[in-house]
Design a protein around this ligand. Sequence first.
Ligand code: UT7
Length: 332
Amino acid sequence: MINAVITGIGGYVPEDILTNDDISKMVDTTDEWILTRVGITERRVLKGDHLGTSVMGIQAVNQLIEKTGVDPLDVEVVICATTTPDYPFPTAASIVAYNTGCVNAFTFDVQAACAGFLYALETAANYIRSGRYRKIIVVAGDKMTSITNYTDRTTCPLFGDGCGAVLIEPTTENLGIIDTLLKTDGSGLPHLQMKSGGSAYPASHESVDNHEHTVYQEGRTVFKYAVSYMADAAAEIVERNGLTNDDIDWVVPHQANLRIIDATAKRLGVPEEKVMINIQKFGNTSAGTIPLCLWEWESKLKKGDNLVLAAFGAGFTWGAIYLKWGYDGKKA
Ligand code: UT7
C-alpha cells in the first residue's frame, strides 16, 4: 500500500522583530499582559513595500529544494495554505511555483485559516496515495501583519509573519500520514473573520475607515472553542490509533496561545519537553505555525517518531493529524 510521507522541510521567517515593548507604544498594553495571557515575547514582520506572503513562501520552498535536492521540474503539485495570499487572485501557489522553478506543477491555494497546513497536508497525502503523483510541495504561512489592526489591543499583539514548506512523497514503509481528523463548523463566522474585502462586503471608503480589512476576533469565545476542539481532536486521533501518551514522541500544536497549547498537551498527558513551542518568538503565523515548528525541531526528529499535529482556526476549522516522521535528523 502506498502512503504519503514528509521527506523534507524548509522554512523562512523575516528578520525584522516586533517586540511587546514596541506594541505597548502603539496600544494600551504591557509586555507582562501579552506574555502571561498569550505567551508571546516577540514576532517577525515582513517589512518592505508590496511584499506578500509568496516572498516568504519562495524562500521556504527554495530552502526545501536545496535541502532535499529535489528537481523543481519534477514537482507535480504545489499547494499553498494561506489566508493572506498576495492578491485576492491569482493564487499565492502560482506565484511561489513560478518563482521556484516548479513550472511543471499545477497549483492551488487552500484557505482554512490556522488549520490550513493540516487541510493541505491531508489533500496532498491523498494525491500521493492515489498513485498518480510522486512529488508534492505544501507551502503554508501567512503575512498576518498585513491584516492586523495596530489600533486594536485585543488582536495586534497576537500575530506574526512566516512560512514553512514540506515535500511529500510516496512510501511503502510504515511511515507518513497515518490518520487525519478534520472538522469545520461554519457557525464560527461571526466570532473570527475579516469583515470586508470579500464579495459580501467589497472594499469601500467606509470599510477602510472602520479597519474592516483586518482580523476581527471575539477572543474569549474563540479561546473557549479552541481549547476544547483542538484538545478533543488530538485526543480522538490518539485514542482511535491505540496510542498511549508514552507512544507520542512529539505534539505539534498550532501556536495561537500558550494556554491553548498547554491545555492540549495536558489533555494528551504529554510533558512539556515533548511539545513543540515557539510562540514566544514568532507569535501566531496562522497556517505557518506547525510547519515552522517542524522546521525548527527537524534535527531532533527521528525516523518512525510519532507526531500528533493539532490546530484550530477561523471558520471554525480544526483537526489533528497523526504521522510517523520519515527520516533521521536534519537534512543538510
Ligand atoms: O489562531 C486562530 C484562533 N485564535 C485563537 O485561538 C485565539 C483565542 N483567544 C485568545 O487567545 C485569547 O482570548 C486572547 C489572547 C485573544 C485574549 O486573552 P483573554 O485572556 O481571553 O482576554 P479577554 O479577551 O478575556 O480580556 C481580558 C481583559 C479585558 O479587560 P476587562 O474587560 O477584564 O477589564 C480586556 O480588555 O484583558 C483586556 N485586554 C488587554 N489588556 C492589556 C485585552 N487585550 C489586552 C491587551 N493588553 N493587549
